[in-house]
Design a protein around this ligand. Structure first.
Ligand code: GTP
Ligand code: MG
Length: 251
């Protein structure tokens, strides 16, 4: 296959999430295919070329016949890992505001740190709120041609740990906590006087205006499809089937 400008033309999947959720571990697992490598907290983004494993057919190839030679070539994509540390998140945001053939975002969370009252829950909801707001604004601000939709998978990692919440609870806990973030952000804006002019305040409201509770489904209006599913990268036999399927459907 001829590629004019190298890796940048490959479809890419962006890995975002709080520090320690397992992003770099996931990257090494998907790159090697067998086992995640030891990691250190990341200070810079990394991008690796991955192959969609055999047996998982990309959606663009779904209607081809079994004997079509195009099915024999594995589908490649670029997986981009970003640092989760609060001071290094501009790397993730750069990739979001200037996406190059971006097909989806995997927001990886540590499902064992999301119990009610856990500091991890607040920090995770905070970060996810900001990412979703960027995606919402990207859709709202575009006049004329609508930008391509960017689906987001909340991957609930570390399911091997007995303290991990099941995916359905990860979903409802994050929705409830994002509701709180959304309320406190809008109060903060009112108190500071920022966003008072015209509909500045409305612009920074995530999801449905006037809704009491935030739900991920409210993002559909902005062409942001959010799904939540569980798995584990390390801690024994990796379980990543659902995440692979999600990726394969976006290539
Ligand atoms: P930053 O680079 O700081 O943003 O963190 P990160 O999201 O890249 O986390 P990293 O991949 O470095 O993983 C953090 C720790 O979690 C490592 O010790 C991993 O071995 C561990 N870890 C990752 N995935 C799993 C998992 O599924 N189960 C368990 N038990 N541990 C995991
Ligand atoms: Mg990392």
């Amino acid at each position: 296959v001829f590629r004019a400008s190298g890796l940048t033309t490959l479809p890419s999947i962006l890995l975002i999430g709080p520090s320690g959720s397992g992003k770099t571990s996931l990257l090494t697992l998907f790159e090697r295919g067998t086992q995640a490598a030891q990691t250190h907290t990341s200070q810079a983004p990394i991008a690796v070329e991955c192959d969609l494993p055999v047996g998982k057919t990309a959606s663009s190839a779904r209607y081809r016949s079994e004997h079509d030679p195009a099915n024999l070539t594995t589908k490649k994509f670029l997986l981009i890992d970003t640092p989760g540390h609060g001071k290094l998140r501009h790397h993730a945001l750069d990739n979001l505001t200037n996406p190059q053939n971006l097909r989806g975002i995997i927001f990886l969370v540590d499902a064992a740190t999301l119990s009610a009252g856990d500091e991890g829950l607040r920090q995770t909801a905070d970060y996810l709120h900001d990412i979703l707001l960027i995606l919402q604004k990207r859709m709202e601000s575009s006049s004329g041609k609508k930008p391509k939709e960017i689906p987001l998978l909340v991957a609930a990692n570390k399911m091997d740990l007995f303290t991990a919440l099941p995916a359905a609870l990860v979903k409802s806990s994050l929705e409830a906590e994002i509701t709180k973030v959304r309320t406190s952000r809008s109060k903060g804006l009112l108190d500071s006087g920022i966003g008072m002019e015209e509909d500045g305040e409305k612009d920074d409201w995530l999801g449905e205006v006037g809704s009491k509770d935030f739900k991920f489904a409210q993002m559909e209006e902005f062409d942001v499809l959010v799904e939540v599913s569980g798995g584990n990268v390390a801690g024994g036999e990796p379980v990543t089937e659902k995440w692979w399927r999600w990726i394969s459907e976006r290539l």
